[in-house]
Design a binder for this molecule. Structure first.
Ligand SMILES: *[C@@H]1O[C@H](CO)[C@@H](O)[C@H](O)[C@H]1NC(C)=O
Ligand SMILES: *[C@@H]1O[C@H](CO)[C@@H](O)[C@H](O)[C@H]1NC(C)=O
Ligand SMILES: *[C@@H]1O[C@H](CO)[C@@H](O)[C@H](O)[C@H]1NC(C)=O
Ligand SMILES: [Zn+2]
Length: 322
């Protein structure tokens, strides 16, 4: 009992560290940048993942997605991609679905790692992606019984989360939440640096403080080679999800945790060498979310490939123009 309570407190603490800053950040971001109603990755990370995904949805998928989105989304999936973070206090059971803890090792094993603090199987971000994908596959069955609007908002969010390297992190430090660092001169924690700070610093330093400019740069970088590689895993979702989690814990060890200790000051060296990882994971998350949604709502994979290669050609053309 004691142990479970402690675990729950830990989870709550993690939720808090990501949640409570949010209202303030929304205010600041909308005041300063006038950014889209994006949301907490961080709000910006999830927004970009979903915006990228939107580029690759087939017409049939887009129709289904628009049909399921809540009215407040006004037809834009990206505007509700952080809904799951906003719900973390109301839906406490869903809190463990945002991440995976490993027992301090740089690999992921579904049977060992995918559970909540009470040991309930599948209660982790990998299990959640499979869960909400399966629910969405009942779209069109009148007897579905699931709230597929929520299933869609959960899925779009969790595909983003599983690509944030520190959402597949060590149990002892709660995915970097308990590693206190200085991000340049500001006190933070390692998890927050990866959720939010690197994206914000990149926006400020390189993208004129404009989220859409950053988004465009990431999008234009998606070559057809990368597209083909990233979407290959579209056949068996369970295997794909394990692959995404494995990639994240590997990147967490090779980049996020590397050379970081309690009270480390992270600045240019860390930022310059890690930002490409952040940008690539956002792009990958977006492409894979599109692949999963197209599989769910428009099983004709031939058409999907066509759409993907068309998008890649457009991307290349834009690169050449620049
Ligand atoms: C699957 O979705 C249902 C409905 O939201 C939820 O109650 C359940 O906990 C979910 N399980 C996982 C592993 O995501
Ligand atoms: C489905 O979930 C959304 C978001 O939580 C909610 O606004 C809506 O009322 C729910 N629909 C039903 C039929 O319960
Ligand atoms: C584009 O890709 C290159 C090579 O993979 C990488 O170094 C760079 O950071 C990427 N830029 C963006 C904006 O994604
Ligand atoms: Zn999350």
């Amino acid at each position: 009992m004691e142990k479970i309570k402690k675990e729950e407190e830990k989870i709550e603490k993690r939720g808090r560290s990501m949640g409570l800053l949010l209202p303030l950040r929304i205010l600041l971001v909308s005041l300063i940048v006038g950014a889209p109603r994006a949301n907490a990755w961080g709000k910006e990370g999830h927004f970009m993942v979903c915006k990228i995904a939107e580029q690759y949805l087939t017409d049939k998928t887009l129709t289904a997605v628009s049909d399921l989105l809540p009215p407040v989304a006004e037809g834009d999936l990206a505007s509700v991609c952080s809904w799951a973070d906003q719900m973390r206090f109301r839906y406490r059971w869903a809190s463990p679905l945002h991440y995976i803890n490993t027992p301090g090792v740089c690999n992921f094993k579904y049977s060992r790692d995918c559970h909540n603090s009470k040991g309930e199987k599948d209660m982790c971000v990998a299990g959640a992606i499979s869960n909400y994908t399966a629910q969405l596959q009942t779209y069109g069955d009148s007897s579905s019984g699931y709230n597929l609007t929520e299933s869609l908002m959960f899925l779009a969010h969790f595909v983003g989360d599983i690509h944030q390297p520190l959402h597949v992190g060590f149990e002892d430090d709660e995915g970097g939440n308990t590693i206190i660092v200085h991000w340049y001169r500001r006190k933070s924690n390692l998890h927050h640096v990866w959720d939010v700070s690197m994206i914000e610093t990149a926006m400020k330093d390189y993208y004129n403080d404009d989220l859409n400019t950053m988004l465009e740069a990431i999008q234009m970088n998606i070559t057809s080679d990368k597209l083909n590689q990233w979407e290959t895993c579209s056949e068996k979702l369970a295997t794909c999800v394990n692959q995404y989690a494995t990639e994240s814990i590997t990147l967490a060890c090779d980049y996020a945790y590397k050379d970081v200790e309690q009270d480390s000051t992270l600045e240019d060296d860390y930022f310059f060498s890690r930002l490409p990882v952040v940008e690539e994971r956002i792009a990958q998350g977006g492409v894979r979310l599109a692949t999963i949604l197209n599989e769910i709502f428009d099983g004709s994979s031939a058409e999907i490939e066509l759409k993907l290669s068309r998008a890649a050609r457009v991307g290349r053309a834009r690169q050449i123009l620049l």
